[in-house]
Design a protein around this ligand. Structure first.
Ligand code: LMR
Length: 328
């Protein structure tokens, strides 16, 4: 081989190697969420990272940002549309601006327990909702459970008249606002990251949340009472941007979807147990008194809050509400 030929050969090989390295740069996924790591969502996100980094090592890197470190819950979806974050799992109550259909999950006393919520989510009607924000550039990848919501407060709450005139923090959902207005309380829409301080400084009287959020964010340390009301559900939509998702090579996208499904399954498998454990830890702490409702007291809450369904029926759709009822 002549010297000239060998130089050309070496240069071509170097150029090819360079091109390969440039195209083989790992895809970066930022997963932003607002809760603590020791919650169903926190654990699901870490499981996803673990699965992806073992199956797609060198091809995909996942960075998880818990505790609103990267984006608070009122900003993450805008950031996703701008391409600043690739994965998130906001509560189903936080999509109000993007679709009215997901509001179904906020209707008070619609689902009898988390198993009924699961049946609805896995039904054809539930599956269809995953893509209700397609026109807004958001792609739903799956539902993740947290659990049923409880009411915490600085005063004991047993019947609806106990909340008259009291301020409750809610997520950014008009259904949740209507739910508190139905019992003559004052709903205040605020991001999750501000709740502890609002409670501690008594700027608000109470809030609604799951046992794992009340425990992991220490709300029970600044709320004297928690009513076990199970009046609604707090679940999540694992979501990505359509632009990011469709830009992925097919094999990587398929593998990521398998890993997301597996991580969701894992998160869901610990959600119910976690709720029980965190409730017990709150009881054991003696910081907050748990109020258990009698059948009659619970029925008073149902009677007062259920008219909200009619208020949102035309936006959500009667068929969808009927499908949810049928899952109970
Ligand atoms: C809340 O804002 O109360 C919850 O949505 C937080 C969460 O993500 O569980």
């Amino acid at each position: 081989m002549s010297f000239k030929k060998s130089i050309i050969g070496t240069t071509t090989a170097l150029l090819c190697a360079f091109a390969f390295n440039a195209s083989a740069e790992a895809i970066k996924i930022k997963f932003s969420h607002v809760v603590a790591e020791n919650t169903p969502k926190g654990q699901m996100a870490l499981k996803f990272k673990e699965l992806v980094e073992s199956r797609l090592a060198g091809k995909v890197e996942v960075d998880v940002f818990p505790n609103s470190q990267l984006f608070g819950d009122n900003k993450v979806l805008e950031a996703m549309q701008l391409g600043d974050v690739q994965l998130a799992a906001p509560s189903l109550s936080k999509f109000d601006k993007y679709t009215k259909k997901l509001q179904i999950f906020d209707l008070p006393f619609l689902f009898s327990d988390i198993q009924a919520v699961d049946r609805f989510q896995q039904s054809a009607a539930g599956e269809k909702l995953l893509n209700s924000m397609s026109r807004k550039g958001l792609h739903g990848l799956g539902y993740l459970h947290n659990g049923m919501k409880q009411l915490s407060s600085s005063s004991p709450l047993s019947v609806p008249s106990d909340v008259i005139g009291k301020k409750f923090r809610i997520m950014t959902s008009d259904v949740l606002a209507a739910q508190f207005e139905a019992v003559e309380a004052v709903p205040v829409k605020k991001p999750f990251s501000e709740v502890f301080t609002l409670l501690q400084t008594k700027a608000i009287d109470g809030q609604e949340n799951t046992w794992s959020n009340i425990y992991s964010k220490k709300f029970f340390e600044v709320q004297d009472f928690i009513t076990e009301s199970d009046h609604g559900v707090l679940d999540y939509l694992v979501v990505t941007s359509k632009e990011f998702w469709t830009s992925l090579p097919d094999d990587i996208r398929d593998e990521l979807k398998v890993s997301i499904d597996e991580a969701i399954k894992y998160g869901n498998s610990i959600a119910i147990e976690k709720a029980e454990q965190d409730k017990q830890k709150i009881i054991d702490s003696n910081r907050s008194t748990i109020i258990y409702l009698s059948k009659e007291e619970r029925q008073e809450w149902v009677n007062a809050m259920q008219p909200v369904w009619k208020q949102f029926e035309s936006e959500i759709g009667k068929d969808l509400i009927d499908a949810a009822i049928a899952s109970n």
